[in-house]
Write a protein that binds this ligand. Structure first.
Ligand code: FAD
Length: 427
């Protein structure tokens, strides 16, 4: 398997900002890289500008890289399903023979310890069924322990879907970027264009003529282009503000614990979630990633350096904590007793008011948004970016979603939709 720096050397990266493009993408996280992939496939000469020294170095590497079709609504299931289908055939679809995105279809296992959580599991499975996902299994406690022997006797029921899983989000982002840039070893599709990736190029403004985009400006020069996509992750609202647009994005800190050496974690274990507290873990390296959703974390300004706190680790690892991992998986008690090394990492969820992404045109002609995935950008970026490019070019290239029957009006993720707050998922 190729290592990070080796992949980076294969990317066709530019030091200078090209003067013109058919499309400029602002941001080279997973969303910007996926946007560039679909843009070049549509034949658009693309320039990707990123403020940082390398692609995929802000939120995307902080991610757990997990994906699931267990959502409470058909639209998000459809968005993620398109990505999941591509993940399974990534090397072939991207023209990168042998390219490995670290895909594990080990499943998502939600564990219930009380009646309220069991009720929720039944509701979620029914909603998934209505949306055409009929392989969510509902297990009683004994069945769950038979399949996953490390579960606590306190687990009364579980909701499991084998087809869910996780991957390496940086490898996925680089895969999209390599394919789009036509870098070394890429099998090009006839009719596709290429993308130039420029790092260290912070976008400082947009040049407009009335309500029409003319160019995207950086400190190192401007790119004249009829179209641009803002894919700036937690900075999406701030970058849109440079064009005078008000976008309601609420970056909110999310932490992750990296435990590189936990021999108790089975390599093929699913993402294992306490349905009551949302504390969860999944295998990574020789150990695990561990996380939890803290609904009391307030939104903040977008940040280039998101602080971590040791308190977060204790809330997950200390078996006495109300959100401890040991409640569902007792071996975490031994991990705590041993004092196993852990390292915190943090990024920001890019929440929108209704926790659905902004995908589509703005009131400035030629300026589009692709972001606000509200913590689901790794799993959602493929479907969302394909949808954005279809809206932008007016050509249908993706599956015949109920949500995208060819008209911008039908797009449930359009940025100008009514933004009603909505009851949201635990993750
Ligand atoms: C702890 C944690 C766990 C997560 N787990 C999951 C998960 O399991 N599954 C999942 O699907 N999602 C998960 N997510 C969410 C996921 O990581 C994000 O939705 C996704 O990475 C967003 O990608 P992005 O490309 O929009 O943003 P980013 O990766 O942040 O990229 C944005 C880019 O824009 C650039 N930029 C910003 N401003 C400018 C400017 N002015 N000029 C030029 N460039 C600019 C930045 O430098 C950056 O490179 C998780 C997030 C966190 C924090």
């Amino acid at each position: 398997m190729t290592t990070g720096p080796a992949i980076h050397r294969r990317l066709r990266a530019f030091d200078d900002v090209p003067p013109t493009a058919d499309l400029v993408v602002v941001g080279a996280g997973i969303v910007g890289c996926a946007t560039a992939f679909f843009a070049t496939a549509a034949g658009l000469r693309t320039v990707v500008l990123d403020a940082r020294p390398r692609p995929a170095t802000l939120t995307t590497p902080a991610s757990t890289g997990a994906f699931r079709l267990q959502f409470d609504n058909a639209e998000e299931i459809a968005l993620v399903r398109e990505g999941v289908e591509l993940f399974g055939a990534f090397a072939e679809r991207a023209g990168l023979p042998g390219y490995d995105i670290g895909l594990h279809r080990s499943g998502y296992l939600f564990c219930a310890r009380d009646e309220a959580s069991i009720g929720r599991q039944h509701r979620m499975a029914a909603l998934a069924r209505e949306a055409g996902i009929d392989d969510v299994e509902l297990l009683d406690g004994d069945e769950a322990r038979h399949r996953f022997p490390y579960l606590s006797p306190d687990v009364l029921a579980a909701r499991f879907r084998q087809g869910d899983g996780f991957l390496d989000p940086v490898r996925l982002a680089y895969g999209f970027a390599l394919a789009a840039s036509g870098g070394e070893g890429v099998e090009r599709v006839p009719g596709s264009a290429t993308a130039a990736f420029v790092s260290g190029a912070r976008v400082t403004g947009f040049r407009l003529a009335g309500d029409r985009l003319l160019a995207v400006e950086t400190a190192h020069g401007a790119v004249a282009a009829p179209n641009a996509v803002i894919a700036a992750g937690p900075f999406l609202g701030r970058v849109a503000g440079l064009a005078g647009l008000a976008v309601d994005l609420r970056p909110t800190r999310r932490q992750k614990l990296v435990l590189p050496d936990v021999p108790e974690v089975p390599r093929e274990a699913p993402m294992t979630i306490d349905e009551e507290t949302a504390a969860h873990w999944r295998p990574a390296y020789g150990g695990a990633f561990a996380l939890m959703t803290d609904p009391t974390t307030p939104p903040d300004e977008p940040s280039w350096n998101v602080p971590t706190s040791a308190d977060f680790a204790f809330r997950l690892l200390d078996p006495a904590s109300a959100t401890g991992l040991a409640a569902v998986t007792p071996f975490w008690r031994d991990v705590w007793d041993r004092g196993t090394p852990w390292f915190p990492q943090a990024g920001q969820y890019e929440y929108t008011p209704d926790r659905r992404p902004f995908i589509g045109a703005t009131v400035i002609r030629g300026l589009h948004l692709n972001g606000g995935y509200s913590g689901h950008g790794v799993m959602g970026a493929t479907g969302g970016s394909r949808l954005l490019l279809d809206l932008l070019t007016g050509r249908r290239t993706g599956p015949d979603w109920a949500i995208n029957p060819g008209s911008a009006k039908a797009n449930p993720f359009r940025p100008d939709r009514p933004l009603d707050a909505r009851e949201h998922d635990i993750l």
